[in-house]
Ligand binder design. Structure first.
Ligand code: FES
Length: 252
């Protein structure tokens, strides 16, 4: 690709490509494997993988959800809910920049020529669907609430009482990072402070906007941290559920 740049501009797209491909491969495997996603009573823990929460299908492991909601779904319950977190990330303004550069070379970096002869932006199908980001943001908030409840439940150690384990900390950190990712979202900032002609006439929105703006400046950081950590959370729960590692902790 034509460019006058002499620096290693390609490093960032290559790293993005490797990390995103690894995440998609791991998440796909974890979503289809349909086992070891919940640590329950027999291990005195209440830990659920974020990929399987909320567990709404009849096939969910007993205890992973208070009651069955969808009885006709017989394959992996993760596939039932995946579209929402996936849609939220896929349409994220930051990730769009990252994967347009890393996967489509459109363009791979600033001041480097585009890998394609023509450019239509996001004005046609299917990229027109990227406009659905705001709606995925709303669903993302619902998921954040559910994963926060999961993190609170992780303090329950059935048969022992309340306690804290490594798994508890992992679920709490995961929920926190997902909130930071959502609250730093560009659509969120616009929703709270956009379209206001005079901030002096909307003091509450101005305050919220001022709180969100510094988070928004770190959106890229939260996007990566939350992505890697959500996979790690699934991995940790999976390791404990399969008996490969013990979830160390204590109870009161
Ligand atoms: S812009 Fe990234 S989540 Fe909204």
């Amino acid at each position: 690709m034509a460019t006058l740049r002499t620096d290693r501009y390609w490093v960032q797209p290559v790293v993005t490509f490797v990390v995103l491909t690894s995440f998609v491969a791991y998440a796909s495997w974890a979503a289809f494997v349909n086992q070891n996603y919940f640590v329950g009573e027999s291990m005195h823990r209440t830990l659920i993988s974020p990929f399987y929460s909320p567990c709404l299908a009849a096939s969910c492991v007993p205890g992973s959800h208070p009651s069955t909601v969808i009885s006709w779904w017989t394959i992996s319950p993760a596939l039932l809910i995946l579209i929402f977190p996936l849609g939220f990330r896929m349409t994220c303004y930051y990730y769009r920049k990252a994967y347009y550069r890393a996967f489509w070379l459109a363009p791979p970096a600033c001041a480097v020529s585009d890998g394609h002869g023509s450019y239509s932006g996001e004005s046609r199908f299917p990229l027109l669907l990227q406009n659905a980001h705001r709606y995925f943001f709303y669903f993302g908030l619902v998921f954040n609430v559910i994963l926060t409840i999961d993190a609170i439940y992780a303090f329950r150690q059935p048969g022992l009482g309340l306690g804290i384990s490594v798994g508890t900390a992992v679920l709490v950190i995961n929920a926190t990072l997902l909130w930071l990712y959502s609250l730093s979202c560009h659509a969120c900032r616009h929703l709270c402070g956009g379209g206001v002609k005079q901030f002096s006439k909307a003091p509450i929105r101005h305050k919220i906007w001022k709180m969100l703006t510094p988070l928004n400046g770190r959106h890229m950081l939260f996007a990566w941290l939350s992505l890697v950590f959500v996979a790690f959370t699934d991995f940790y729960v999976r390791m404990v559920a399969s008996g490969a590692i013990h979830d160390y902790g204590f109870h009161f």
